[in-house]
Design a protein around this ligand. Structure first.
Ligand SMILES: CSCC[C@H](NC=O)C(=O)O
Ligand SMILES: [Zn+2]
Ligand SMILES: [Zn+2]
Length: 472
């Protein structure tokens, strides 16, 4: 069909680009009007640097990632890596996958800067998620269902597949807009954070691969904020996983006697709980933030003599133990905490022993807290705030992350690492049932990252403060 209007007018409506109009005229002369339809398709692709992308496509890519079941203890890392690599080639970005440990890929995407000598910006996320109790969810945890209010339900929607995809989408959009970063940007996807990150971030941090990336700053995960201000984290508490064990004489269930194992364990639990209350009270009173106190929570309680029908009921057991997840802030004194454990929580005088199954260092090898500076000695903090502000976002005061993240591996190298997941006005649902994130909030987060990436990669000031090599 020959169009009833001049071809140039149709095309002008379609993409509004003078250069392309000229190309149309040339092509029409060569190929005739019969080629109009494929030509328009071609034009729409060529004109994409100017067009904003359909949000439903952005959301469907997020859903696709959420639908990959990467729950511990059997994450499908292969499928996740394939998905990320396909995304990279569609942007396009250079990509490489490293298996420091077999079957646990670290995928690294690269957007080269115009000045590759400047330290790079690393946008970091983990690909694994925690397991789910599906029966307690209203929607399939790996279905990425969007409800009527626009909430996307999936394990990982907050922790932290949202952030990984936002990094990608922000770069995709910036590239489309024609933006050219001065600094190189790396987008890194790592395995195993939820089980300690030893085979992911741990291996990357000690590798030559990281040295060659010449990283100047790391952005990793933060937490959702129930109010309008985003949260940013400069440090985190160290997990100490404590098991205390009591022993005592066994005896008849009808006999009252001192120093039975359960009694000894209970005395410790009472002491530990008084300590827990004292810490929690400071948070409740608003004197300290959650990340600034030592938290202690019971993980398990174990005693009793098993029988085919349950437990032997008329026998007082000779052993009893309890496990605690203790979280130690970087400002706490780890030596006095360990003394407290030995002297008050598991004293030998009460036939008690203890073991720290996990004891992540609170201080670095100089005996200093493992934290990222938030003052003028670290330009990246103020630049983060600037990037958020330029995207019309609000950001709260620097915080200590209450749990643990892969940031610690990079901070230990002396690199500035900031925990930041742009989710405002969002309930904190990481590791919870019905984890979800609002569609609009997700899309807003992409804009925030675009602004941060622009601000970070355009910053060319004082690189003398950036090098971490002399720390090694
Ligand atoms: C021993 S590292 C454990 C890491 C884990 N990270 C997120 O939840 C955490 O429990 O904080
Ligand atoms: Zn996480
Ligand atoms: Zn987590």
């Amino acid at each position: 069909m020959v169009p009833t209007r001049p071809l140039s007018e149709v095309v002008s409506e379609f993409c509004g680009h003078a250069l392309l109009l000229r190309m149309v005229r040339i092509h029409v002369v060569i190929g005739g009007v019969g080629r109009l339809v494929p030509l328009l398709v071609l034009l729409s692709a060529l004109s994409s640097p100017l067009a904003a992308e359909d949000p439903s496509l952005i959301i469907s890519r997020f859903q696709e990632y959420l639908r990959i079941n990467t729950a511990q203890p059997k994450p499908n890392y292969r499928q996740a890596a394939d998905f990320i690599l396909a995304q990279a080639s569609s942007i396009p970005l250079e990509s490489k996958s490293f298996e420091f440990v077999d079957g646990k890929p670290v995928v690294i995407l690269k957007w080269p800067g115009t000045n590759p000598r400047l330290p790079s910006v690393m946008l970091y996320s983990h690909t694994d998620v925690v397991p789910v109790e599906q029966s307690k969810w209203d929607h399939p945890a790996f279905g990425a269902h969007v409800d009527q209010e626009g909430r996307i339900f999936a394990r990982g929607s907050q922790d932290m597949k949202c952030v990984g995809m936002q990094h990608l989408e922000a770069v995709r959009q910036l590239k489309r807009s024609g933006f050219e970063p001065v600094r190189t940007v790396y987008i890194v996807f790592s395995p195993d954070e939820e089980i300690g990150g030893h085979d992911g971030a741990g291996k990357l941090a000690e590798s030559e691969v990281l040295r060659e990336m010449n990283v100047g700053v790391v952005l990793d995960e933060g937490l959702a904020s129930p109010n309008e201000k985003y949260r940013a984290f400069y440090g985190e508490r160290s997990p100490w996983w404590l098991v205390i064990k009591a022993t005592g004489a066994p005896g008849h269930g009808a006999k009252l006697y001192d120093n039975a194992a359960p009694e000894n364990l209970f005395k410790s639990i009472e002491t530990i709980w008084r300590f827990r209350t004292s810490q929690f009270d400071m948070v409740k009173a608003g004197l300290k933030a959650e990340g600034e106190v030592i938290s202690v929570n019971m993980a398990f309680l174990k005693a009793g003599t098993p029988s085919p029908t349950g437990f032997v009921m008329n026998l007082q057991p000779s052993e009893a133990e309890a496990g605690f997840d203790v979280r130690v802030p970087p400002i706490a004194d780890p030596v006095s905490l360990e003394r407290r454990i030995a002297e008050e929580w598991a004293p030998i005088s009460r036939n008690m022993t203890f073991e720290l199954k996990q004891k992540i260092a609170v201080h670095d090898h100089h005996g200093k807290p493992i934290i990222t500076a938030t003052d003028s000695s670290n330009p990246w903090w103020a630049l983060l705030e600037e990037g958020v502000r330029k995207a019309n976002g609000l950001i709260g005061k620097p915080e200590i992350f209450p749990a643990s993240t892969d940031c610690r591996y990079f901070r230990l190298l002396g690199l500035p690492a900031i925990g930041f997941s742009p989710m405002a006005n969002t309930p904190i649902l990481l590791h919870d049932h019905n984890e979800h994130l609002d569609k609009a909030e997700y899309l807003k987060g992409i804009k925030v990252f675009e602004s941060i990436i622009k601000t970070y990669t355009s910053f060319v000031g004082d690189s003398s403060k950036e090098s971490f090599r002399d720390e090694l």
